[in-house]
Design a protein around this ligand. Structure first.
Ligand code: GDP
Length: 287
C-alpha cells in the first residue's frame, strides 16, 4: 500500500512562517517525541535565518525515555538548537520551556519587551495544547484528529512571552514510505489516509523487533509468533476481536492494536530508533 500525502496549500504556510521568522527572537518547533525525525519538516531549517530554535519533543509520556534522550543529544549538536522533552499539559514542564526561552533570549522577556516567538509543527503534535498550557487558559482549539488548529494572531502570555501566530502548520516531509508508516502508526496522519491492517502489520513488525517483551506482556503471549500477521491475529484473540465462526477480525484487531500503541497501553514506545538522520533514513528505506 502507498500512503499519499499532498501538501497542497501548505507551501503557503512555509512562506508565512518564513516572513514571520524575521520578526521573532526564537522558534518553538513542536515534534512528537515518539518520532522526532519523521514528525519534523526539514524545510524549517531553510527559513530559520539562524534564529535560535527550541525543539520540543512533546508527548514524552508516551515515548521510550532512552530513545528520547538520544534524540535530544543529537539535536543539540546543531548550533542554536536546544531540545526539550515534555508533556504539553504538564504545567511545571512548560515552565522549564519558558526558562529555556529566557536563557536563549536574555535581552528580552521583560514587560514591554517580550520574547517574540512562534510555535510551529506538523498537525497533531500538541501545538494547541502547549499554547493553552503556556497561556493558562484555553486559546487554541485542541483536536484529537489531525489539522484542528485555530487561534488568534498574537498571544501575549503573562510570563514575558509573545506568541506570534501563523497557522503554525508544517506538513511532514514524507519522502519515503517508512516515514509515512511511522506517522500513520503514531496517529499523526488522519484515519482516512491509511489502511489500518497494513499499518497495523507494519507496527507489529516494528514492535516484534524493538519491543518484543512489551507485546508479550500486554497480549499475554508466552512466545511471539513468527510473523507480524500472526501477531495481529494473536492480539485479536486476546482482545476478543472475533467474527462469527471464531475467525479473528483482522481489520478490527489491527485498529485496536494501533489505538492501544498510540495510547501507551503496551508501555512507552518510540517509533524511531535514535541515530543520525542518515541512519534513520537508511532504516526507513528498508520498509
Ligand atoms: P496540534 O494539532 O499540534 O495543535 O495538536 P493538539 O494540541 O490539538 O493535540 C493533538 C492531540 O494530542 C490531542 O488529543 C491532545 O490531547 C494530545 N496531546 C497533546 N499533547 C500531549 C502530550 O504531551 N501527551 C499526550 N499523551 N497527549 C498529548
Amino acid at each position: 500500500m502507498t500512503i499519499r500525502w499532498y501538501p497542497g496549500h501548505m507551501s503557503k504556510a512555509l512562506e508565512q512562517i518564513s516572513e514571520l521568522v524575521r520578526k521573532i527572537d526564537l522558534i518553538i518547533e513542536v515534534l512528537d517525541a515518539r518520532l522526532p525525525y519523521s514528525s519534523s519538516n526539514h524545510l524549517l531549517e531553510q527559513v530559520r535565518r539562524n534564529k535560535p530554535c527550541i525543539k520540543v519533543l512533546n508527548k514524552n509520556d508516551l515515548a521510550d525515555p532512552a530513545v528520547t534522550k538520544a534524540w535530544v543529544q543529537h539535536f543539540q549538536k546543531s548550533a542554536g538548537v536546544r531540545a526539550l522533552p515534555l508533556v504539553a499539559k504538564n504545567i511545571p514542564e512548560t515552565k522549564s520551556l519558558v526558562k529555556l526561552c529566557k536563557q536563549l533570549v536574555p535581552h528580552r522577556g521583560n514587560p514591554g519587551y517580550p520574547i517574540r516567538t512562534m510555535v510551529v509543527g506538523i498537525p497533531n503534535v500538541g501545538k494547541s495544547t502547549l499554547i493553552n498550557t503556556l497561556a493558562g487558559r484555553s486559546i487554541a482549539k485542541v483536536g484529537d484528529r489531525p489539522a484542528v488548529t485555530m487561534r488568534p494572531q498574537q498571544i501575549p502570555l503573562n510570563n514575558g512571552i509573545l506568541i506570534f501566530d501563523t497557522p503554525g502548520l508544517l506538513w511532514p516531509a514524507m519522502n519515503d514510505q517508512g516515514g509515512a508508516y511511522r506517522l500513520a502508526a503514531s496517529g499523526a496522519i488522519g484515519a482516512n489516509a491509511l489502511d489500518y491492517t497494513n499499518v497495523g502489520v507494519f507496527a507489529a513488525a516494528y514492535m516484534m523487533r524493538r519491543y518484543p517483551e512489551l507485546v508479550k506482556e500486554r497480549y499475554k503471549l508466552a512466545e511471539l509468533p513468527e510473523s507480524p500477521h500472526e501477531v495481529i491475529e494473536a492480539v485479536g484473540r486476546c482482545l476478543g476481536c472475533i467474527m462469527s465462526g471464531g475467525v479473528v477480525d483482522v481489520h478490527r484487531a489491527a485498529e485496536t492494536f494501533l489505538r492501544e500503541l498510540r495510547a501507551g497501553k503496551a508501555g512507552r514506545i518510540s517509533f524511531e530508533e535514535p541515530g543520525t538522520p542518515e541512519d534513520v533514513e537508511a532504516e526507513l528505506l528498508r520498509f
